[in-house]
Ligand binder design. Sequence first.
Ligand SMILES: [Zn+2]
Length: 415
Amino acid sequence: MNAAVVDLGQVRGLALFRARGTRIRHIAADAYSVPSASGRGGYVVDVAKKTCTCPAHEESGASCKHMWAVAYSRRDRELPLSVVESEVSEAVRRIYTQNARAYDNAQCEEEERVQILLRALCDGIAEKPRGGRGRPRAALGDLVYCATLKVYGLMSGRRSSTEMRAAVARGHIKRAPAFNSLFRFMERADTTPLLKMLVQESAKPFREIEHSFAVDSTGFSTNTYVRYFDYAHGEDRSVQRWVKGHVMVGTMTHIIVSVNVTTNEGPGSGDAPNLPELVQQAAANGFDVREVSADKAYLSHENLAVIEAVGAQPYIPFKSNNNPSGSPAWNRMYHLFSLNPDVFKINYHKRSAVEASFSAKKRKFGSSLRSKTRTAQFNEVLLKCLCFNLSCIVHAIHELDLAPEFWTPAAEVKS
Ligand SMILES: [Zn+2]
């Protein structure tokens, strides 16, 4: 163990300070009132006596998150931001991978939690007014609910009618949508922006936690083939169609804050052209974007300028043949790159979080798509991203005492 290793209380304390630091109050002498992470009630920390009135401290006597939060708010604990970020993300990574007991708790509750969180998200979907007569149309929120749980694996094909009846019994959906309605929902082009919005909304509870981000892309295989005429060989050929997910994730929790889906080839499918929208979307959703790392495929004047425009520091490595002079943003990053290679390296490597995130998602929700048409395949990738975020939230509820709320205005969250 070295001195740089931080404990769980510290990680949670920093998260608490960021989320509710403005509500820490000095009561008297060395006493401070600290809001609870769940948002209900609070505790009293005595800095001189090193005590807190919370059950965790009273039980163990160890430094709890409330004591750490007070330390951060009094600036007793001031560490260079980059050090704090990297230590904390390292600690979170260890907690995520090694805290087996908490992980088991998250696992056994996950199914139920996911259903509740998903319903809360679906409640924010505006229903289109119904016109005409005939069979009542399935509510949009119910379609999203069922389609997401299907991708999550909580509604498998054979069991799905039983599970949908259970969802009706839970009060999560009004009635089980017909197979055809779900099918049509996946095929519809206007499902895509709706699902993108839901992925973004599901990430918003992380606005106070995530400030460092990484951008990357990954491919999903399909069972469909694209036919083309090969002029060189004078014959028809076909290649398997791939779909590409472009995402920006928080490097601490791996939550997907913005996403785009494209074909594997053709206009708009390149990595670099997808970065601006991902970064701008996150900033527009109220994320305080401080760092963005990406691999060298993303290096362009435009991308550096977009990252700087939202107030963030880009960490994109130069290629050996890159010219040291260019746009102002280019020059600034080149300066950092050549003068502080170690700082650059530490920050750049946060992007490995994205790879970890992708492999976790692919293990859990599969890397191949079942849908047959392009639109449905795009929507299926977005549903996988939504499932991934829901599972991220369940873990953060356990590990970081996150109290997720959806559809709250950004102004309330910004400090
Ligand atoms: Zn405490």
